[in-house]
Design a protein around this ligand. Structure first.
Ligand code: CUA
Length: 369
């Protein structure tokens, strides 16, 4: 659709959600009209019908009507249930993260979007994706709450400090679409946007091939694990193994000291790196130091991706709901300290990439086609 001088009624429909959301939206408008018109007409009718003040000074003394009252209770109840069911259908469809799909990491910060493909390509304020492919975003923020919003896809999700948030969509139409931050996040919130480029598969392959890929998230995580952070000295197995085994844990239940279990998902791994004492694996000592403030969110993504790869997993956790899972509660308990440390070190990301100076390919500026 060409915009020309017209203001479009709605953004383009460019994802598999768009039709559903718009249908629900038009249904709401229809219901509103269906109630508003009879009420408006009724007001005028009664105004004219009962305009003689003396004649209608006292009412006829009606004392209720079961039929009338039942009718005007049941009909609105049924109507509101259709709205509820329609909304619930769309909601569960959007926030049930599919098992497969192309995984892309997103890091929000005041005030930009940093994007990393699992093949290693990086972008800033731009996202290139192939059409008709399920895209899964694994998102974190370095500072405050942001919200990844693409109106043409009719979906968005808050990105909350201290935990992973997820968003998925399936673009259905090649084109260039606005990306916005939809959560007020400070002075330049309105400028925190960019573009999503939906491309035909072959164009996307060309784009990927034409962009130097840095380390993939898994490679970056492995590098940190063995070289830069020295996780391997305790976690890599062999006689020196003092830390919990990481092979094969992803998505499994982990027994904790003092009873209780936890599912080893993205948020658990993240928490174990930042706040190792929060949940001690049964049979191990609480000796691991915290890595809070020493790793950027991108490096954390890399570590999580690497630890997942030890279990043969390349997608993101499927046990996660973006809203109400109990795991969200435990994660948010650790959110406040993480948040505080983020607030104190706003330029942590920059320091992080400097520390990677030995690797010229490490986090660099975006590369354009
Ligand atoms: Cu980020 Cu508003």
């Amino acid at each position: 659709m060409e915009y020309n001088s017209w203001v479009p009624l709605l953004p383009e429909q460019a994802s598999s959600f768009a039709g559903q959301v718009d249908l629900l939206y038009f249904y709401l408008i229809l219901v509103s009209i269906a109630f508003a018109i009879p009420i408006g007409v009724g007001i005028f009718y009664f105004m004219i019908r009962y305009r003689e003040r003396e004649r209608f000074a006292s009412t006829e003394g009606i004392h209720g009507s079961i039929v009338l009252e039942t009718t005007w209770s049941i009909i609105p109840f049924l109507v509101s249930m259709t709205i509820f069911l329609g909304g619930a259908y769309v909601f569960f469809n959007q926030y049930t993260i599919p098992k497969d799909g192309m995984e892309i990491y997103v890091v929000g910060k005041q005030w930009m979007w940093k994007i990393q493909h699992s093949t290693g390509q990086r972008e800033i304020n731009e996202l290139h994706i192939p059409v008709n492919t399920t895209i899964k975003l694994t998102m974190t923020t370095e500072d405050v709450i942001h919200d990844f919003y693409v109106p043409a896809f009719r979906t968005k999700a808050d990105i909350v400090p201290g935990r992973y948030s997820y968003l998925w969509f399936k673009p259905t139409k090649p084109g260039k679409y606005h990306l916005f931050c939809a959560e007020y996040c400070g002075l330049n919130h309105s400028g925190m946007g960019g573009w999503v480029y939906v491309m035909e598969q072959k164009d996307f392959d060309n784009w990927l091939a034409g962009n130097t890929s840095g380390q993939t998230p898994v490679e970056m995580g492995k590098d940190l694990f063995y070289n830069k952070l020295g996780c391997a000295s305790c976690h890599a197995g062999g006689p020196a193994q003092r830390g919990a085994k990481l092979e094969g844990i992803y998505g499994k239940e982990v027994k904790l000291t003092g009873g209780g279990t936890v599912i080893a998902d993205d948020n658990y791994i993240r928490e174990s790196i930042l706040t190792p004492t929060a949940k001690i694996v049964d049979g191990y000592q609480p000796i691991m130091p915290t890595f809070k403030g020493q790793v950027t969110d991108e490096q954390l993504n890399g570590l999580v991706a690497y630890i997942k790869s030890l279990s043969g997993v390349t997608g993101s956790s499927t046990t996660v709901s973006t809203t109400s899972a109990p795991a969200a509660n435990t994660a948010s308990n650790s959110a406040s300290p993480a948040q505080a440390s983020n607030a104190n070190t706003p330029r942590r990301a920059d320091r992080g990439s400097n520390s990677q100076g030995s690797n010229p390919k490490a986090p660099g500026p975006t590369r354009r086609p």
